[in-house]
Every structure is written in C-alpha cells, then in structure tokens.
Write a protein that binds this ligand. Structure first.
Ligand code: AMP
Ligand code: ZN
Length: 138
C-alpha cells in the first residue's frame, strides 16, 4: 500500500522524478539526492513500510537479493574499494524518511564517510542471558 504523504512512496512509484538506477514491480533504486559519497544509492520498496519493524519478510528477501546485484554494479562503476550497507530505523538511529530504504554507500580508504561506533566491553555471561531473552521474543 502507498502512503499519500510519503515522499519515498511518490518517488518509488514514479510520481516524483529521481535519478533511477533500476526499477521493477516491487522496487526502485535511486541515487541519493545528498549522497555521503558519489554513487550513494537507495533501494526503495514500492510498498510503504515505515521501517524494519513493519517490513514484510518476503519483500526483505527480494530486497536483499536485489542489493547483491546493485552493490557490484556500483562498485564497478565507481571503482570504490568497499561499500557500506546502511539501514536506519527510528529518529534515534538516524532515520529521516519514514519509508524503509537500504543505503548502498561506496567507500574508499581515507574518505570522509563515517558509520563508526565506540566498541564497549561485554560480559560473556550477561551476553548469553541476553541472547536467550532476545531469542525468546522471536
Ligand atoms: P535516512 O536518514 O536513513 O532516513 O535516509 C534518508 C536519505 O534520503 C538521506 O540520505 C537523504 O539524502 C535522502 N533523500 C531525501 N529526499 C530525497 C529525494 N527526494 N531524492 C533522493 N534522496 C533523498
Ligand atoms: Zn512510503
């Protein structure tokens, strides 16, 4: 289903023009209008899912299959040595457009892109318990 006030619904469904890399019945792949690096692409489902918590599993599978085709095409065209797959959910995680999308960001040594965090220490026992608790909610 499309959402009337969603800009990515409009872009994905061709109501607003975009630099389109690829389109099929389920997805549109576009270049980001304010890229982290040249060649930064977004994979948009045509159907509206706000985030990963709403995303349909079958769509997710197709989306990642598509990512395995788009990523090498970007790598080849941009001549980058690496690529980040980034996907933000919720404002606290940096999501600014509430329509699920996957970022594909070309990377090179010494570039100014950052998707780093500060690694913390973990307690193996606490982690084992936590893993079990999370598993219990799946
Ligand atoms: P996020 O912060 O993960 O929600 O990512 C949203 C991304 O959408 C940002 O990288 C924006 O630059 C990009 N963006 C926003 N509006 C447009 C647009 N009209 N066309 C292409 N990319 C867009
Ligand atoms: Zn939408």
């Amino acid at each position: 289903m499309k959402k009337d006030d969603c800009i990515f619904c409009k872009i994905a469904n061709g109501e607003i023009p975009s630099s389109t890399v690829y389109e099929d019945d389920d997805f549109r792949v576009i270049l980001d209008i304010a890229p982290a690096a040249k060649g930064h692409a977004l994979i948009l489902p045509k159907e509206h899912f706000a985030n990963i918590f709403e995303l349909d599993g079958v769509v997710a599978g197709k989306l990642f299959t598509l990512a395995t085709k788009v990523a090498p095409a970007i790598k080849e065209e941009m001549g980058c040595s690496g690529l980040n797959v980034v996907q933000n959910n919720g404002a606290s995680a940096g999501q600014t457009v509430d329509h699920f999308h996957l970022h594909l960001i070309p990377r090179n040594e010494g570039d100014d892109v950052s998707v780093k965090w500060v690694p913390k220490e973990s307690d193996p026992e606490e982690n084992a318990k936590l893993a079990e608790k999370i598993a219990g909610r799946m």
